[in-house]
Design a protein around this ligand. Structure first.
Ligand SMILES: [Zn+2]
Length: 424
């Protein structure tokens, strides 16, 4: 597969560095409901994971839970609910939504609040090596000690500082040596939770949370790190330099991949603007297959604009695919499923129907190979369904292929069981 790597800004052939693809995707901060922007991002990386598994790769997928940060504390104050109760409440909603959308569960679903001693350890090591400094109970990463800080986003210093201000990461903090320095630890306010550290009780910064969870669950080198494109700066730029300075191993991430932003009437869909399309509401009126197909019809790097007419079209296409799939109920072996144990042999690729269907399989694979061109893959399925509906000697085999390839897109045309996520 050719995948676009944001760090190199070009398409590169993807092969994992080791026997298992190590995939990390930044997870939610559970303080509010799941909207289409979240669904788009997590469906994109679900499609990627399913494509990798289709090709026989074993995948170790980690998605974290940011259950302590400024947003969750701010929201808890606003609604007058304890921060941890708020987190658990919205995590239950998120889990129900991702299971409903048939998203493959991560191998580990780590919660930031359960990994804080490791964050402290990494911050301590960075201080000891001169990559970080302590001021009044705060610990900052010294960006000057990482000469390629900014290489991922490619932005000017002024643009980075402006973005920090937007993100409410105070570039004017007088304790900082440099406005770009990264907050790794801070004393907690009186009404905030606090954990012990050598610098006094406090809480971690957002970026060191992901540095730590990625390192602990995937090691010093990750094959693919994903997220929404708004995470490139400051989150991933910071996560990256902290990890590389801590481990001394470069690169921390071989491929950085981003899902494009979701828009509503020309504005970014976001909690702060309140222009949200909620996953819950969509799933009351449309099937999960319809929502997934709708999302898959836009290439993952493109901006996505909410358009209900297109969702209705996707729902109609799902109905057509289901009719075609029903031509033959014979099941092919499932190619995607739960995360396999690390010592499992790769899943052999099914080639059961390659005679009269080889052309369709080849075109489907060509679409996946072209930087996960799922719009082309969907068009191929639509074409295949039309061929099946016209009938012919090979309709049964073509229907079996249609079901198999639809599963690679996470569709359940034959009402296959959905996914179960771990406890949190
Ligand atoms: Zn993250």
């Amino acid at each position: 597969m050719q995948l676009y790597n944001t760090l190199s800004r070009r398409l590169e052939p993807f092969e994992p560095a080791g026997p298992v693809v190590r995939l990390y995707v930044c997870g939610v901060t559970p303080y509010d409901t799941t909207h289409l922007g979240h669904a788009r991002c997590y469906v994109v990386f679900d499609l990627l994971q399913r494509a990798l598994r289709y090709y026989g790769h074993r995948v170790r997928y980690i998605q974290n839970i940011t259950d302590i940060d400024d947003d969750i504390l701010r929201k808890a104050r606003e609604v007058g609910v304890p921060w941890d109760e708020l987190g658990n409440r919205w995590l239950a909603v998120y889990r129900a939504d991702v299971e409903a959308l048939n998203l493959l569960p991560p191998a580990v679903w780590p919660r930031a609040t359960r990994e804080i001693p490791a964050m402290v350890e990494i911050a301590q090591a960075l201080v000891a090596r001169g990559h970080a400094y302590v001021r009044e109970g705060h610990v900052y990463f010294r960006v000057r000690s990482a000469p390629d800080f900014g290489a991922l986003c490619g932005w000017s210093r002024a643009r980075m500082i402006a973005r920090l201000r937007e993100e409410r990461f105070d570039p004017d903090d007088p304790r900082k040596e440099d406005p770009l320095d990264i907050l790794m630890w801070q004393p907690s306010a009186p009404d905030e939770p606090a954990w012990p550290s050598p610098w006094g009780p406090g809480r971690p910064g957002w970026h060191i949370e992901c540095t730590t969870m990625a390192y602990r669950h995937l090691g010093p080198t990750i094959d693919i790190h994903g997220g929404g494109e708004d995470l490139i700066f400051s989150h991933h730029e910071s996560e990256r330099v902290q990890a590389e300075s801590f481990t001394g191993v470069r690169p921390f991430v071989r491929f950085w991949m981003y899902a494009g932003t979701v828009y509503f009437d020309g504005a970014k869909m976001s909690k702060s603007l309140g222009n949200l399309v909620l996953v819950r509401d969509l799933l009351r009126r449309y099937s999960a297959d319809a929502v997934r197909l709708y999302l898959a019809r836009c290439h993952y790097r493109q901006a996505f604009t909410w358009d209900e007419a297109q969702l209705a079209e996707a729902a109609a296409l799902v109905e057509q695919l289901r009719r075609a799939a029903a031509v033959e109920q014979a099941r092919t072996p499932a190619l995607v499923g739960a995360d396999p144990p690390a010592d499992d042999p790769p899943v052999p690729r099914a080639r059961l129907h390659d005679g009269p269907t080889a052309e369709y399989r080849a075109r489907f694979e060509a679409a996946l190979d072209a930087d996960l061109d799922t719009p082309a893959a969907v068009e191929l399925l639509a074409e295949l369904a039309s061929v099946i509906e016209r009938g012919g000697a090979h309709a049964g085999e073509q229907a079996a292929l249609l079901v198999e390839l639809s599963e690679v897109l996470g569709l359940r045309l034959l009402d296959q069981p959905g996914t179960r996520w771990p406890d949190y």
